[in-house]
Design a protein around this ligand. Structure first.
Ligand SMILES: C[S@@+](CC[C@H](N)C(=O)[O-])C[C@H]1O[C@@H](n2cnc3c(N)ncnc32)[C@H](O)[C@@H]1O
Length: 275
């Protein structure tokens, strides 16, 4: 089938362009093992959306269990149809909870992840702290909390960034042709760091899926995130920044623990709270 604005599934386009759950899980496992000396087996994916991360976690090891929490029923249902179903009997090891991450307890886990900046939906200090405290209390004694963050000089500007997404084979074996992903920062308010962003997709036939996703967030800074994580009770808040490949002139996908970094035009990092 031709891929265009009429035929495309926005969740497929999003997952392929935005997420790399394999790299996220490799990073969590590496940092956890280095810190604790053994591999984690339980994970909670907050703001899980289609639960692609939770399902990949369960697929990786027969002892792994995952919980996913999201407010949006249709998105969870999409995840059940496209990700959980592929796990066969192993889907018993994934539990999806339709609810607010602020009020959806699950059994204690070793890893909690809140990715693709989703926690930025909490715009005031009091609510973000309440969320971090919930994350803390939902972790086992050896638990670790992983967030991602973005920033840099261009993060506080109105701008668009286009990226061509190469043809890919989806986990169900289907072929996804090339398309263009567009990240638009539509507004930024320096007074309260309110940022509104849209994701659009553009196709070979010229058609566009405009505002496929919209985010109305507060752009939190790394010092604020570290301070709030510590205030929530974590013993440490470490920052890992992505490196830069000078030859390719692009980010290299390697995250290293840092206490100093260059403020580039755009950067991505993880903040890790250690219980
Ligand atoms: C940016 S998407 C993240 C999807 C996916 N986890 C990822 O990493 O790409 C944000 C998701 O958070 C969900 N969400 C927003 N506020 C929430 C809340 N308070 N509690 C639970 N889910 C929430 C939305 O329904 C949406 O699916």
């Amino acid at each position: 089938m031709t891929l265009n604005a009429r035929t495309a599934d926005r969740h497929v386009l999003y997952e392929e362009a935005v997420q790399c759950v394999e790299a996220d899980l490799d990073f969590f496992s590496k940092v956890f093992k280095k810190t604790r000396g053994y591999a984690p087996h339980t994970l909670r994916e907050d703001f899980c959306g289609t639960a692609s991360l939770a399902c990949e976690w369960v697929a990786r090891h027969e002892e792994n269990r995952a919980w996913g929490v999201d407010l949006d029923r249709p998105t969870l249902d999409w995840g059940i149809k496209h990700h959980l179903s592929r796990l066969g009997d192993d889907q018993d090891r994934v539990t999806l909870i339709e609810g607010d991450v602020l009020a959806s307890p699950s059994p204690a886990v070793q890893v909690t992840a809140a990715l693709n900046f989703s926690y930025q939906v909490f715009k005031d200090r009091k609510t973000l702290l309440a969320y971090f405290k919930n994350a803390y209390s939902g972790l086992a004694d050896d638990g670790m909390f992983f967030l991602d963050a973005f920033g840099g000089t261009e993060s506080m500007e109105e701008n668009d960034e286009d990226r061509r997404i190469s043809p890919a084979t989806r986990p169900d074996g289907s072929r996804l042709p090339a398309y263009t992903y567009i990240w638009e920062q539509a507004s930024f308010n320096p007074i309260d760091h309110n940022i509104v962003c849209h994701i659009h997709f553009k196709f070979k036939d010229g058609s566009k899926l405009k505002k496929a996703f919209t985010y109305d967030w507060r752009l939190w800074t790394l010092p604020e995130l570290q301070e709030l994580i510590l205030e929530a009770g974590f013993s440490r808040a470490d920052v890992y920044m992505e490196g830069w490949d000078d030859d390719e002139d692009e980010a290299d996908g390697i995250f290293k623990k840092k206490t100093r970094a260059e403020n580039m035009a755009g950067w991505v990092g993880y903040v890790v709270g250690i219980k």
